[in-house]
Design a protein. Structure first.
Length: 410
């Protein structure tokens, strides 16, 4: 029998592209329409601050699929097209220009946007944000010219951009208002570790201060004014102070929005025919017993296939433990789980951080809730399994590199 259903995906992102791929792999024969506001076909974001920005891989390596994939899979890819509204009553999406497209099932993978500073001089040229391929290409050209870079924000993007700038020979000043870089993500201990990694590479890391103003010559920024009154010369400025989920379509359509589009463990919104996945989805995670919005590549990569199965009524709860990775200079890491201030009562090191080859675990009442491996490989699967098990661990065994991670629980 012919399947006449139309599944529309708004957001030509990693999650959207993987959902479209999985719909076809799962035998769906109806119409699949993937709509993206950018002109580039779906791409992965990690290379934008890593290999592509460093000039180590060509732009083609960032794309999720080959150029002919969507036509071969009979996926209608509409690029450079913006969806302006979702009409739930008519079961239509409204496109810029006023055209309408009917849907039987709708998936929102609208992602996130960089938080932009609203300060004097913030509209000057020479101030960069990094979220899109175009922004990465422009920043790459600017970094290659050398000079002095000022990075505002000591999160993952800020640190990876700082590392890329040093790769090109630029001098770097990094400004972070928290006590350490990555303070909210990794806490004091590991934040200090990453501050030292960058200082060892010649980065001027300035902590506990913010930014009050950008100064320029009327066209381009040439200095950053910090909250301590210092004025820092800058040839290039990069701002990385976080991202916000693109929830406007969902909110205007009357879907439940709270730090993202709220979905259940099957990635279904409060409308049973509308789903959300990736950065924009605040999903109920059965392992944690609460909603999580995870802003990393692995989450989008995993939720795309999962939500496609839910759209096909092959419901499987999404229970993945959060995972992300970062590469800076000669320091590579993988992180699994989730911890934050007040969520843990013990930190256990396995190996010596001074050697930059170690693992670290965050525990709550003897149970591992998060773990990170730094320049130690082929262990993240064991770390994730340990987190999923909720097992009480032997602290001494956990700290001993000679004991396999599969043997640390009594």
């Amino acid at each position: 029998m012919t399947d006449n259903r139309v599944f529309v995906i708004v957001g030509a992102s990693l999650a959207g592209a993987k959902a479209a791929e999985t719909l076809r792999e799962s035998g769906f024969e109806g119409q699949v329409v993937l709509i993206g506001a950018e002109n580039d076909r779906p791409y992965e974001r990690p290379p934008l601050s890593k290999e592509y920005l460093l000039g180590k891989k060509p732009v083609e390596k960032a794309f999720v699929h080959g150029e002919n994939f969507y036509a071969e899979k009979n996926i209608e890819l509409r690029l450079g097209t913006r969806v302006t509204a979702v009409d739930r009553d008519a079961r239509d999406v409204v496109l810029d220009g006023g055209d309408r497209l009917h849907f039987d099932r709708l998936l929102l993978t609208t992602g996130s946007s960089a938080v932009r500073l609203k300060l004097p001089g913030a509209d000057l040229a020479g101030i960069y944000y990094l979220r899109t391929m175009e922004e990465s290409t422009n920043l790459k050209k600017a970094l290659a010219e050398g000079g002095q870079l000022v990075v505002v924000g000591g999160g993952w993007i800020g640190l990876e951009v700082a590392a890329a700038a040093r790769h090109y020979g630029a001098s770097v000043v990094l400004i972070e208002p928290q006590p350490t870089p990555l303070y909210a993500v990794l806490g004091q201990e590991l934040g200090e570790f990453y501050a030292q990694v960058h200082r060892d590479q010649g980065v001027d890391v300035r902590l506990g201060i913010g930014v009050t103003e950008f100064k320029g010559d009327g066209a381009s920024a040439h200095a950053v004014v910090a909250s301590d009154g210092s004025e820092i010369p800058a040839d290039v400025v990069v701002v990385g102070v976080g991202i916000r989920p693109n929830v406007e379509l969902a909110a205007d359509a009357g879907l439940l929005v709270d730090d993202g589009i709220v979905v259940d463990e099957y990635l279904r919104t409060t409308d049973p025919d509308i789903f959300a996945a990736g950065d924009v989805a605040n999903a109920h995670n059965p392992h944690y017993g609460r909603h999580l919005r995870v802003q990393h590549w692995a989450n989008a990569n995993d939720q795309g296939p999962a939500v496609a199965k839910s759209m096909l009524d092959r419901d499987e709860p999404f229970t993945k433990v959060p995972y992300f990775f970062s590469d800076q200079y000669d320091v590579g890491m993988e992180y699994s789980g989730m911890h934050g201030p007040g969520a843990y009562d013990d930190v256990v090191y396995r190996g010596d951080p001074a050697n930059r080859e170690f693992c670290v675990f965050w525990l709550s009442e003897g149970v591992v809730i998060a773990g990170m491996n730094v320049n130690v490989w082929d262990v993240h699967s064991d770390i994730r399994a340990l987190i999923k098990s909720r097992a009480q661990v032997d602290r001494a065994k956990l700290a001993d590199p000679a004991v396999a991670l599969t043997e640390v629980a009594p």
